[in-house]
Design a protein around this ligand. Structure first.
Ligand code: NAD
Length: 577
């Protein structure tokens, strides 16, 4: 019952019948998450009566049907109901227990959605009213109400974008079959990529210059796969088989077998060019090479190769096994065959690929930069750290800007900030905050302190340090939440419009998809550009002009936004200019 993912509730009796079949708790779990079950799990919760092997399906089904016909019964098995005098039985079967379950579910949904998604609450209501006696009319009524919400429209929009994304690249030449992947650099990212490829049953050759890095990468891969085994996502056999697919080396032996190699060594152009040059002499002539750089020029790297057409960027996000987006970065010389192969590889790895042109910060980091930078400027103006983080989370972002900078690392943020400033100009001028944090040795969560302090992995405020950073300037409360939001999202919108204008990304849809999957831009808004369409571009341009007057030229709406606003156009509409 995946309906809540589209912002609606199950409408053909799902909220009425599922609790009767699998019990209230299991039903709520499925209805509220929209999760799918595999056969084994479906059997375990009592959703299906039996499971058999594909080859035996017809035979087994015939046997069951005969048995049923002979016995005159309707169902193959009798539901074993949970005993009333057990905790699960009490919760599923008594009015008091059910009330407890429903209340807990409501509380959980409220906390998780921060009030942004009405559908899960409506689903709980539909389940509740049908517990004693099915109430299909009420379910239908709730479905109709939900189908008309803006949240549902946004989620359906994203669903369509995801479907359209599956067809990107269908006009390209056939992709090469990837059986063996090479990975150079076994750090956080390289190790993650190796683990992911092995988990999808590809052979992986992992290289580093430090034996310890290889060991750590293997250990991390094993931990991730062990977790999957513990959760019974994979069997014990699969665990061993998948781990055995990763082999390590300090040299380049084995790389001649690779169909694709992903480079993930340190973020330094000279080092990367040198490594790529070496690598090229050890791989087959038709091997595609992808660099996992965050912000360096892929074009410059391509120049260090004898065959620049085989190189592209494959920008994964951290942690690799969790983040659904990969930016695929092409240069002027990237061959269509190479692009096609990497697109197909990204999909096999379970990722959503978005193709972008090689430009500073590519797409996602470029639009993310103002999120963190404007927040830093607001902090320097005196806005509270926690106030800002909360305001951004309340607006639907998964993390506040300072929580995020600590996760990414203040040193990385500083470096990327400078690359963007250099490549894109004055409107991207970084605040001094990241630099000052680096100087203070506060590199973020990894060093125990960034904007916040971390004790046992727990985030702690650091008021006296913040006061020091502001040179004793007092905390101001003069900005309301709307101004905070408009300053941050307005700059992001401006940058997004520039990206479209410069052809960094092909369509508004791909841009929105990249932001939702890459930085967790709130899905209930349907994406940055769609949200702007809903608010109206004319309204936005007026607001940006106002902000420019008060806070500086960086808010000046870009040419494309002005043009579109003047023509009454929208990003998604037919009046697009
Ligand atoms: P890391 O420091 O964890 O790992 C880099 C690894 O490369 C180290 O193990 C190092 O020993 C190895 N190495 C250095 N020179 C080498 C050589 N000549 N041959 C083989 N191995 C070599 O770094 P990371 O965080 O994994 O980043 C790797 C790349 O991924 C960088 O370009 C980075 O910008 C990019 N990236 C990082 C993140 C992130 O969040 N960490 C996200 C996206 C992209």
């Amino acid at each position: 019952l995946p309906e809540v993912k589209l912002g609606i509730v199950p409408g053909f009796g799902g909220t009425q019948r599922l609790p009767r079949v699998v019990g209230l708790q299991a039903a709520l779990d499925l209805i509220l998450s929209g999760r799918m079950l595999d056969a084994k799990r479906a059997l375990r919760i009592g959703l299906v009566d039996g499971v058999t092997y594909r080859a035996l399906l017809v035979e087994e089904a015939t046997r069951v049907a005969r048995e049923l016909a002979d016995s005159g019964r309707f169902r193959a098995t009798r539901r074993s109901r949970r005993p009333l005098f057990s905790m699960p039985g009490f919760l599923d079967r008594t009015p008091l227990g059910r009330a407890v379950v429903l209340r807990a579910a409501t509380k959980r949904v409220r906390a998780q959605t921060r009030g942004h998604y009405p559908a899960p609450l409506a689903a709980i209501e539909a389940v509740r009213v049908g517990l004693r006696k099915p109430n299909y009319a009420r379910e239908a009524d709730l479905l109709a109400r939900m189908a008309l919400t803006p949240e549902s429209a946004s989620l359906v929009h994203l669903f369509r974008l995801t479907e359209a994304n599956k067809r990107v690249g269908s006009d390209l030449p056939e992709p090469a079959q990837v059986q063996q992947v090479g990975v150079v650099g076994a750090g956080v990212m390289g190790g993650g990529i190796a683990q992911l490829a092995a988990s999808k049953d590809m052979r992986v050759r992992l290289k580093d210059i430090q034996p310890d890095a290889l060991l750590l990468a293997l250990r991390t891969a094993r931990d991730i796969m062990a977790k999957a085994r513990k959760r019974r996502r994979i069997s014990g056999n699969e665990f061993h088989n998948k781990m055995a697919l990763i082999s390590t080396t300090l040299g380049y032996d084995g790389f001649s077998l690779a169909d694709v190699v992903v480079e993930a060594v340190v973020e330094n152009l000279n080092v990367k060019c040198k490594v790529l040059g070496e690598l090229e002499s050890h791989v087959r002539s038709n091997c595609v090479i992808a660099t996992n750089t965050s912000a360096l020029s892929v074009t410059r790297m391509a120049e260090s190769l004898r065959d620049p057409g085989r190189l592209l960027g494959m920008h994964f996000f951290n942690p690799v096994h969790r983040m659904p987006l990969v930016e695929i970065v092409t240069t002027e010389s990237t061959r269509p065959e190479a692009l096609s192969t990497v697109l197909s590889l990204a999909r096999r790895l379970g990722k959503t690929p978005v193709v972008v042109r090689d430009a500073p910060g590519f797409l996602v980091n470029r639009i993310l930069a103002p999120f963190m930078n404007e927040s830093s400027i607001l902090f320097e103006e005196g806005v509270g750290v926690e106030t800002l983080d909360r305001a951004m989370r309340d607006s639907g972002m998964p993390m506040g800007p300072f929580e995020l900078i600590d996760e990414i690392g203040t040193d990385v943020a500083e470096k990327v900030g400078h690359i963007l400033h250099e490549g894109l100009g004055e409107h991207m001028k970084p605040s001094t905050l990241a630099g000052r944090l680096v100087q203070a040795g506060r590199l973020g969560k990894k060093s125990g302190a960034g904007m916040y302090r971390y004790e046992d992995g727990k985030r702690k405020p650091d008021g006296s340090f913040w006061d020091g950073l502001r040179d004793g300037k007092r905390t101001t409360t003069s900005h309301d939440a709307e101004t905070l939001r408009d300053r941050v999202f307005g700059l992001m919108l401006n940058e997004a419009a520039r990206c479209l204008d410069e052809g960094v990304v092909q369509s508004p849809g791909e841009l929105d998809l990249a932001l939702v999957f890459g930085i967790g831009f709130p899905p209930f808004r349907g994406g940055l550009l769609r949200d702007a369409d809903v608010r109206g571009l004319e309204t936005w341009v007026r607001r940006l002009d106002e902000l420019a007057e008060r806070f500086g030229g960086r808010f000046e709406p870009c040419e494309r936004l002005r043009r579109m606003a003047a023509a009454g156009a929208t990003f998604y509409g037919r009046t697009h200019v």
